[in-house]
Design a protein around this ligand. Structure first.
Ligand code: MN
Length: 438
């Protein structure tokens, strides 16, 4: 099915969701606590406000957390729901699901249901539409809300999607509405170039604690570190891009990252933070710090929240850079994997993502964080290795072998196991990866 007909089928489903909303006075909204979920929440909030609806919005880590609703209200889930058909079938009130995760089965609704998910219309929810994009389609059916396209960009970038299919369509509408502009450039935060390079995590350039190297990098590329990233000329952008690519190659980074960090950048003209990469990082770190409503306020245009959100992002970045520096020498070699076992470390997933994408891309990386008796596992690889290694399968099988649970995507998966089983688990993960790579 072409994604064009997919999108019109999805709009029909979004229309049904809008119809349900119109029949209710109060809407209970639950969304995910990451950048995609928060931006979906902001789009929904704005659309409901404009439609004159009363609503309450809450954030969940997932549907293993509990939620509640009053019978007769409309219950709306964003960035979750599709994977929990059983749970959704038990909901005894009208229900709207705006999601992009793979549906787990048929939902048998007790009341009215509008289920809006790209997978249900032959579109790929992993790369071509996120929950914020689905929420945008819903919002444009509910009212004149095309100016919210800029918020949807945060979810696309946050979920590391591609600008194809549904995402490309939303960008096009945002440009037509005058709220998104495209610019050639590189994925760096606004601010002094020196500072942005030093603190960048995506791309991670490994300049933290290496002041001399950074100055040498700037000198060689004939760039002024005091100049603002947003003021660089086309020529300077080109020199900077070349220098960044060269550095990443020397670091042996995964070359698939280049298409994400160099080339088209999006300017969000009607949001307080116009640099889309920077805004996504800020929203993401607010989510990680547990202050989702601060990020929501920022997206909705609250000037007072800007400085607080910037500070949260700054603290998060420094904390993560410190942790990366500290943990780098603790990474161990297996036969077919690398692994890192931390006790009471920072959250495992951003550490696993950064190391596996930028510093050691030739083998799958498993990062384990032990807290009390419990071990949380993050496993990462890249699209290239994932042609052979399926980490979702590896995590599932290895975790079940030691009495835990695991799963996820081919390139990014996780598991929960008990701390005393870590060695046995790692051996099994290594064995499974070797078998898949052979
Ligand atoms: Mn999402």
């Amino acid at each position: 099915m072409s994604s064009n007909s997919g999108i019109s089928l999805l709009r029909e489903r979004a229309r049904k969701a809008a119809d349900l909303v119109e029949r209710h006075d109060f809407i209970r909204v639950y969304t995910h606590h990451d950048a995609d979920g928060i931006s979906a929440g902001a789009i929904i909030a704005k659309a409901l406000l404009r439609a004159g609806k009363n609503f309450q919005i809450s954030f969940l880590k997932g549907l293993n957390e509990s939620f509640d609703y009053e019978k007769g209200d409309l219950l709306l889930f964003a960035d979750m729901g599709s994977g929990y058909a059983d749970l959704m079938s038990e909901v005894d009130t009208d229900l709207v699901i705006l999601d992009h995760h793979t549906p787990s089965g048929e939902i048998n609704p007790k009341r009215n249901l509008a289920h809006v998910n790209p997978h249900l219309v032959g579109m790929d929810g992993t790369y071509e539409l996120s929950a914020s994009g689905v929420s945008y389609l819903f919002a444009t059916e509910l009212g004149r809300n095309r100016d919210l396209a800029s918020m949807a960009v945060v979810g696309m970038l946050g979920d590391k999607q591609k600008i194809v299919g549904g995402n490309a369509e939303i960008i096009k509408e945002g440009i037509e509405a005058g709220v998104i502009a495209e610019r050639k450039g590189i994925a760096l935060h606004s601010g002094k170039l020196r500072d942005s390079l030093l603190k960048s995590l995506e791309p991670y350039l490994d300049f933290y604690g290496k002041k001399e190297e950074l100055e040498e990098f700037l000198r060689k590329a004939k760039l002024d570190g005091d100049k603002d990233v947003d003021d660089l000329s086309d020529d300077e952008v080109r020199r900077l891009s070349d220098a960044v690519v060269l550095r990443l190659l020397q670091m042996k980074a995964y070359t698939g990252v280049f298409e994400h960090i160099i080339g088209k950048q999006f300017i969000l003209k009607n949001i307080l933070v116009k640099n889309s990469v920077m805004l996504t990082d800020i929203v993401n770190s607010c989510g990680r710090a547990g202050v989702m409503s601060l990020a929501l306020s920022l997206l909705l245009g609250d000037v007072d929240s800007l400085n607080r959100a910037l500070k949260i992002n700054e603290d998060y970045v420094i904390q993560l850079l410190e942790e990366l520096k500290k943990r780098r020498n603790e990474i161990r070699e297996g036969f077919c994997i690398r692994y890192l076992v931390m006790e009471n470390g920072l959250s495992a997933s951003p550490i696993a993502t950064t190391f596996s994408r930028y510093l050691m891309a030739d083998k799958p990386l498993v990062v384990i964080n032990i807290k009390n008796e419990h071990a949380k596992v993050s496993a990462r690889t890249n699209e290239n290795l994932a042609k052979r290694v399926d980490l979702a399968e590896v995590m599932k099988v290895a975790a079940e072998k030691v009495g835990g649970r695991g799963g996820g995507h081919r390139v990014a998966a996780g598991a929960n196991i008990s701390a005393e089983k870590v060695d046995e688990f790692l051996k099994e993960v290594d064995r499974l990866c070797c078998a898949m790579l052979a």
